[in-house]
Design a protein around this ligand. Sequence first.
Ligand code: FAD
Length: 504
Amino acid sequence: MTAHDVFDILVIGGGVNGTGIARDAAGRGYRVALAEMNDLASGTSSAATKLVHGGLRYLEHYEFRLVREALIEREVLWASAPHIIWPMRFVLPYEKNLRPAWLLRLGLFLYDHLGGRKLLPATRTLDLTEDEAGRPLKPGFRTAFEYSDGWVDDARLVVLNARDAADRGAEILVRTKVVSARRDAGGWRIDLARADGSLRTVSARLLVNAGGPWVDKVIVEAMGRNDAHHVRLVKGSHIVVRRLFEHERCYFFQNRDGRIFFAIPYEGDFTLIGTTDKDFAGDPATVAIDAEETEYLLAAANEYFARAVTREDIVWTYSGVRPLFDDGASAAQEATRDYVLRAEGGRDNGPLINVFGGKLTTHRRLSEEVVDRIDGMIGPKGPRWTRDGKLPGGDFAPTGFEAELARQQAIYPNLNPQLLRRLVRAYGTAVPSILGTRRDTADLGQLFGGTLYQVEVDWLIEREWARSAEDILWRRSKQGLRLNQAEVSELARYVDARIGGMEQ
Ligand code: FAD
């Protein structure tokens, strides 16, 4: 083992929680490594509904602490990354056979006032017979409540946390599985298996297990414990259909079974509908939508939209597994969405922190709490810093996206405007680092399809740990919605050749 292989902290898992913890800890001055067995955000963190939200529905389960903390986080996260996070208005139609209007009003009153709303606009009542939001709906809906929450590109949130962690000194290891972690000389000795079959052994003073749905599996398989049953795995699926409505607001619909679902404008030409909530027992790596879920989501959408939504409208689906802390709730949708941290071991006794549950929205707070505990376990470094920190490319005002886009349009007047808007959404102020001196669309290299050019692909490989066409098409971007099979194959060929060249 060389001096390079000795870390203060090794984080298992490159989802939103693992990368958030690595970022916070590296920024406070710890020597950090993070191991992700597949791609960054390849687990639950790219399969969310993508809301930065308090969780209106959790009020019904009296989860006031969680809702308040998450509501406060909305504007903190928005300010840290206004390119990938932005406010959205949600239209909740009132339906007389479901929750009463007074209950919805009370919930939204609490939602408006529980936590730190400064820039987000308050709730208002809509007349759906007049408002544009009523137009795509079936006749009969007269009133709706419109409230604020936020939207996030979940997979990019993860990669930007990883990028920031690396810029602050962390070592980010992708396609690297923790196969064994054993207590050794007061700390940990960890065996890492890379995708090419090679092994590396490192040591760390403290271990963080942020394995998401695999958290129990890590405890059993890598740490050699007999048993672990801390998380309840709950599957959630989404369908993406051709655009169902023209405006930019989302719908928050109630279902007859008491559950709720969203219909959200997605990637310009599409509508995202989800989610389901179903206990899950298989391998989280193979999770996929089933026929029952597809029917459920189509039927739910058809309760509200005037235009029939059919299987033929579905262009993509995705599924994820929520790693919920097992609080013994009987129904999947009732299990707590709050996170739980379990620390064990002292300073000289292999300290370990297991992370259970959590949401995209609370990942920064969770990370802060984990690193506060690390502080107490292996000795303090710098103070908390992420509340006012910016993620890479997010260094402009929360309400300043259009101004930032206009500033970059002045630099790149000859660039395809649709492409530039997408790039500024994905990379913010980092776009000039990607484009360098290129000013025309013709200078951007090979076009792989959609608006995906070689210059961006090269950046994603060099700076964002992309290692396959899938990483690029479905996580670093959503250009997968735009490429045909031949284009995907050509991109895969290019990525393989490029990575092969880097490894020689
Ligand atoms: P993951 O993202 O799963 O990361 C764990 C990582 O650990 C994986 O990438 C895995 O490959 C890696 N790993 C596991 N074992 C090993 C090992 N041995 N070695 C190396 N790496 C390993 N939250 C919100 O705030 N808003 C929402 O709208 C929202 N919607 C959701 C909708 C659905 C359907 C689901 C499923 C979740 C939703 N969530 C939402 C919750 C949120 O997505 C999750 O809480 C969050 O992504 C969990 O992140 P994580 O880092 O804990 O887990």
